[in-house]
Design a protein around this ligand. Structure first.
Ligand code: GUN
Ligand code: FE
Length: 426
């Protein structure tokens, strides 16, 4: 039986990039998990809907983190004194080794689910490790939590320590088993094909994964052009290719299925064109890009080209799971980029960043990240009464104040697909 519900409060979301939709003291009406519409006054035929009234609170779409590494959660805030390649060797691979142990994995991943919940991240795209059992465990934990996610078992068959290096054939077989077992197991926690990046994947492995993506229609996530030394290493490994992106393309891993490429800090013009043609999502992680001294991705340029963009924490290259922090870091990075570009590439404003953290990232999940008709109702209810203000603020000023100065305690309710999600594993 369909259930009609109206959620009342100060509604703010973005339908178009950089344009707020604001319904002060209005209603979002849902039929089961799907939004029927937003209204200033409930129409006559909806007068009997049950109303949940949040008074003066803000109601915003849930945040979507387009790229993060679950097993790196214990390293949050640690080991940020190296660039990408030595950072991986020194801090990241030794931590990822531990996930053969499902007891350790369970401990970390339950804590991760709780932190995602706490920060209002209702959906996310997550890399795990090469370990199949702990990857499945994360999917079970997220499903139990009620959060939505794509989760990818990482594939690596070269240029990484022995303890993480997979046999190419076994890596593909494990991934296929994973897809078979978890492809339809959960409604909102799904597998995603996850070659770590070209330096750690042979073309044989990449092609095998491209074939699986095609066979099972599974989306893809990886890393692209994050750091100068990484790119030079890729060029030395593959002089036969004209650029980094072409290696993924040739393997069927660049847009044949929905694809996310993290970072894209240092792309060549031809690669930018390839991302555009192949509708590849760029996951922008300014916090990580500063911590690892990678640079600043030209996001304004990508947007002008029509490339889909989402925001991402990229923990533990990034040191915070908070998508509010990611929005602020993106704003600051874009200011520097604007200066560097001779004031040509305009900075990203709050409305634009709010779009990227909700509908921008959310589009990878389908109709997620907005309150438009037909979208799944993922939402946060924000009580900003504790945030000091000495004048009356507009709804959009209140949102900006929350993004810049608020914290998870201001989030008093989280909805995923129409349902309230309580704190997991309390
Ligand atoms: N490139 C390949 N692996 C990683 C990782 O774990 N983090 C980041 N930031 N970049 C990567
Ligand atoms: Fe990453």
């Amino acid at each position: 039986m369909s259930q009609i519900k109206a959620i009342k409060g100060n509604i703010i979301f973005t339908k178009n990039f950089g344009e707020y939709e604001i319904i002060e003291n209005g209603y979002v009406v849902l039929v089961n998990k799907i939004i029927k519409g937003v209204y200033e006054v409930l129409p006559e035929e909806l007068k009997n809907a049950s109303v949940i009234d949040y008074g003066d609170k803000l109601i915003i779409p849930g945040f979507v983190d387009l790229h993060l590494h679950g097993p790196q959660f214990p390293n949050l805030g640690l080991g940020l004194d190296k660039e990408l390649m030595p950072w991986l060797e020194t801090y990241t691979f030794p931590e990822e080794e531990k996930y053969w142990d499902t007891t350790y994995a369970k401990d970390v991943y339950t804590s991760l689910a709780r932190e995602l919940w706490k920060n209002g991240t209702t959906r996310s795209c997550i890399f795990t490790t090469v370990h199949l059992d702990s990857t499945k465990l994360l999917m079970d934990i997220l499903n139990h939590s009620g959060l939505g996610a794509y989760v990818g078992k990482v594939n690596m068959d070269r240029n990484c320590p022995e303890f993480l290096r997979e046999d190419s054939v076994k890596s593909i077989e494990d991934t296929e088993n994973f897809i078979n077992e978890y492809g339809d197991k959960y409604e909102r926690v799904k597998p995603i094909i996850t070659p770590r990046f070209v330096p750690t994947c042979t073309t044989k492995l990449l092609r095998g994964l491209g074939d699986l993506a095609e066979k099972y229609k599974i989306p893809v996530q990886s890393h692209l052009s994050e750091n100068k030394d990484e790119i030079e290493f890729v060029k030395s490994l593959h002089p036969e290719y004209k650029n980094y992106a072409s290696i993924y393309k040739d393997a069927g891993l660049l847009g044949n299925q929905p694809t996310i490429m993290a970072h894209c800090v240092l792309l060549e013009d031809e690669e930018i064109e390839m991302l555009k043609q192949n509708k590849v999502f760029v996951a922008h992680s300014p916090n990580s890009n500063s911590n690892l001294a990678s640079g600043i991705a030209p996001i304004r340029k990508f947007i002008n080209e029509g490339i889909p963009i989402g925001l991402a924490s990229d923990i533990s290259g990034g040191h915070s799971l908070s998508m509010c922090n990611v929005m602020v870091d993106s704003a600051q990075a874009s200011n520097i980029k604007w200066l560097e570009s001779g004031k040509k590439e305009a900075p990203l404003n709050t409305a634009e960043l709010f779009y990227l953290a909700t509908k921008g990232s959310g589009s990878f999940f389908g109709k997620v990240g907005s309150f438009e008709k037909g979208y799944e109702f993922d939402a946060l209810v924000i009580d900003d009464s504790s945030l000091k203000s000495f004048k009356k603020l507009s709804i959009q000023e209140r949102l900006q104040k929350f993004i810049y100065t608020g914290n998870p305690k201001n989030i008093i309710k989280r909805y995923v697909a129409g349902k309230i999600i309580d704190e997991p594993y309390r």
